[in-house]
Design a binder for this molecule. Sequence first.
Ligand code: ASP
Length: 455
Amino acid sequence: MKVCKFGGTSLASAQQIKKAAAIVTSDPARRIIVVSAPGKRFEEDTKMTDLLISLADAALSGGDTANGFRRVMDRYDEIISGLGLDTGLLPAIEEDLYNRLHTNRDNPPLFLDTLKASGEDTSARLFAAYLNSIGLAAEYCSPKDAGLLLDEPPAYPRLLPEAHSRLAALKDREKISVFPGFFGFSASGTLRTFNRGGSDITGSILAAAVQAELYENFTDVDSVFAANPRVVDQPASISRMTYREMRELSYAGFAVLHDEALMPVYRAAVPLCIKNTNNPDAPGTMITAERDFSERPVTGISSDSGFSILYVSKYLMNREIGFGRKLLQILEEEHISYEHVPSGIDDLSIIIRSRQLRPGQEERIVGRVKAELQADDVYFRHHFSMVVLVGEGMKHTTGLTARAAAAIARTGANIEMINQGSSEVSLSFGVLEHDETKILRELYKEFFSPVYAGL
Ligand code: ASP
C-alpha cells in the first residue's frame, strides 16, 4: 500500500486535479491520498489557504467578509464546473464555510485554524467526488473519525501516541481514502492545524501508521535539486538521499518538503519519494535510511538568511561551572530556541533565527546576561545567513573543509562561523547575508561542476 500526498499546485485547478486522479488510477497500490488545499494556478495567484487567512483576519477585525467569502467560493465553483461535477456540491461547501465563519471568535488562533483547515477539508471532498465520478471507489475520510489526535492547545500540535493504532485501521478500508492534510483534533475535539505546508506531515503520519511500502509526495518539481534553482543555474537532481540528508537540507532553505514531515516515516522506516504531478514518469527523489554515497561526498548545498548571533564573552568562562546552562536558561525563559553554539575558551556565540526576537527583547536579553552572568561583553549581531554543505559521504572524505573554505575565499567573503555537526553529515558556514548568493554559487561550482569536482 502506498500513501500519496498531493500538494497545492497539484490540486490548484480542475486540470491539475485530473492529473492527480490519473496518477491515483494508474497504480492500485495508491490507497490513501492526502490532499492540500488548492494552491497557486500561476505565479501571481493566491493560495486558497491565504484567501482563508485573509477572510478570518477580516472577520476578526470586524471588516468586510463578503468579498473574501466570494473569492473562496469562486475558486470552488471554477473547480467543480471544470471537473464536470454536480453543482449541487456548492451549497454544502458554502454552508460549511459560513458556519466556520460564524463560530466562536473568542480564541483567535483557534478560529483561524478552523477557517484555514476548510481548504484541505473541501479539497478532500472534491477530490473524492471526482474519483467517484470517474468510476473509482473512493471516500472522504474525516481526521476526527479516523483519530488524527493532537495535543490540546496552546501546546504545539504534536501527534498523540494513541493516534497510531487508530490511524492504522485506515489500511483495512475497502475504498480509497481521501484524507485532508494539515489538521487534526485534540482529544477534547478542538480542531488544530500544523504549521504552513503541514499536509506533508499528515501524509507522513499516515504512511507510518499503516506501515506503507512507500510515501509518495507529489509536488511540482521533478526531483529535489542539489542547490536552489533560483540561485544556481540548472542544479543537479538528487536521485537518492537519506532521511538525515533531507532533514539537514530542509533545515536551511530546501522548501520541497516540510521539515517536520520526515520524523514519522523515518521512525517507521517507510521510504519517501518526491515526485512531480506534471511529470509522473520522472523517477523523482527517493529518500531512505541508507544509500550508496560513493559518487559525491556532498549531496546538496542549502542556504537560508535571517539569523542573528548573540555574542557573549567572559574572562575564565571555561572554568565557570554552569555558565552555559545559565545562559541557555535565560534563552529558555525568553522562549527562544537556538540553532548552533560555536565557542572559544572565553566566549561563545549563540545562533538563533532572528524572527523569534520580539520588540524590546534584544535589550532585555543583553541586560540579563550582563547582570545575571556578569559577562564582560554581550551583544547581538544581525543579518547572517547559514550556508550548509550536506552529505553522508563527507565523513569519509578528507580535505573537504579546506576545499569549501578555499571556495568561499575566492568570493572575497569572510567566514563568520564554521560548525560541523557531530554526525559529520553537515558542515555549516555563518556568513553575512549579502554574501550568501555568491558563496552558494562558488560552493556549487567547487563540489558539483565536473571540472572542479574531478568527476
Ligand atoms: N494549505 C496549507 C498551506 O498552504 C497546508 C499545505 O498545503 O500543506 O500551508
